[in-house]
Design a binder for this molecule. Sequence first.
Ligand code: BGC
Length: 510
Amino acid sequence: MGKVGVKLAVGCAVAACVVASVMVGRRVRRKRAWRRVVRVLEELEEGCATPVGRLRQVVDAMAVEMHAGLVSEGGSKLKMLLTFVHNLPSGSEKGTYYALDLGGTYFRILRVQLGGQRSAVIGQDVDRRPIPQHLLTGTSEVLFDFIASSLKDFVEREENVSERIPSERRELGFTFSFPVKQTSSSSGILIKWTKGFVIEDMVGRDVSECLQQAISKKGLDMRVNVLINDTVGTLAVGHYHDEDTVAAVIIGTGTNACYLERADAIIKCQRLLTMPGDLVVNMEWGNFWSSHLPRTSYDNDLDADSPNPYDQGFEKMISGMYLGDIVRRVILRMSEELDVFGLVSSKLHVPFILRTPLMAAMHEDDTPDFREVAKILRDTLEFSEIPLNVRKLVVRVCDVVTCRAARLAAAGIVGILKKIGRDGSGGIASGKNECASRSEMRRTVVAVEGGLYTNYTLFREYLNEAMTQILGEEIAPNVIIKVMEDGSGIGAALLAASHSTSSVDTVQIP
Ligand code: BGC
């Protein structure tokens, strides 16, 4: 071999060594980066852990905060709002009533015909429409004008002219699912917005009055005769079908609960309560807070970036408005460690781009190669090729976030049961109704509405499993979670009927 040949051979060998060492180096770096990504996942798992012991602490904290919120105004982050609902539908309501359900991504208009016998909703028409995004942050006038127009269209479309007696005014139950300080069963003042609504001029104003004015402006003969929270509507329907229903929970875009409380336990407003018996308290549990809640840096960042920082802490860990965005934040963090997601797409920086239904679809992807996960990441976040191990990682992130949410919701429910002595433990305070011992635990029904619980199977399974773990095998069978489809809307129509001037019998809650 000549000199040139030797040089060439040496050159090739050197080049091969360089290439090999670059490849090895790259592999080592990727391995290290992958380890860092796995570490991000492990930290998330640790941060979101909800062993039963911790859930029981949340249960206790919920019950204690409920008590504090009932003792004095501002005594707790739980507002424990009075609803003035003493009378739940009895089953004897008759006639046609309207309901308007505003509170999430959609609003619904219902026309419900009641036949006068228990469980006899003899007909119902529903119109479900998305709320145009710009209305969530505009003015109250524009929002209510839009709603009243839709209501008028619906009435004109659905009503058979011959069937209506002109002297009879139409009656409407208004479900408005935001924190409202009720001044009566048909009026109340908006305390604050949640779930992305920011219409400043509404805060502090009477919600029914705004709607009534908009309806009258459209020339529609209709009276808003009850104003309720969606939880209260769900409780009304639950109780209508099953008298053992003592509480209602919404787990959808937002989350909240209401329950039946003894009037004498509502210490902060005794002078307003003229009737004995039970009445419905809207907890506004979305704002619940406790140091026992497992919180991560992702939750802190989401809160800081939200339109309502330091507010609705429980809701931001549980509800459909936020879960997808927590997952997005974790994926973003992972993609900063490792370019397995391809070039970090700018889409990944867009808040709320990964909506919770998409996250649920990834979580429940049962194809062997997680095809749906890859498709959603590609279509929504503009990722290119996603290796299988990364797809699995994303599913695991969804699992951790959802599992925590569902288990916390379960702890919240048991907290309510504990407060009213229906968890089999004897309640938080010695009192008249806190005597249920394990052996005499009564059948207890909790009505639930909201897409996160009804449409997301794994969420539902995690919640139900946690209920059994917290309550124990002996007590758990006495607590029944019942789904109330359209409960918040139908409940408003039922309550409109039971509070109607041409009213039928109502049951005062014993
Ligand atoms: C609101 C509650 C409502 C819940 C569920 C929360 O953001 O504050 O009033 O019941 O969402 O819709």
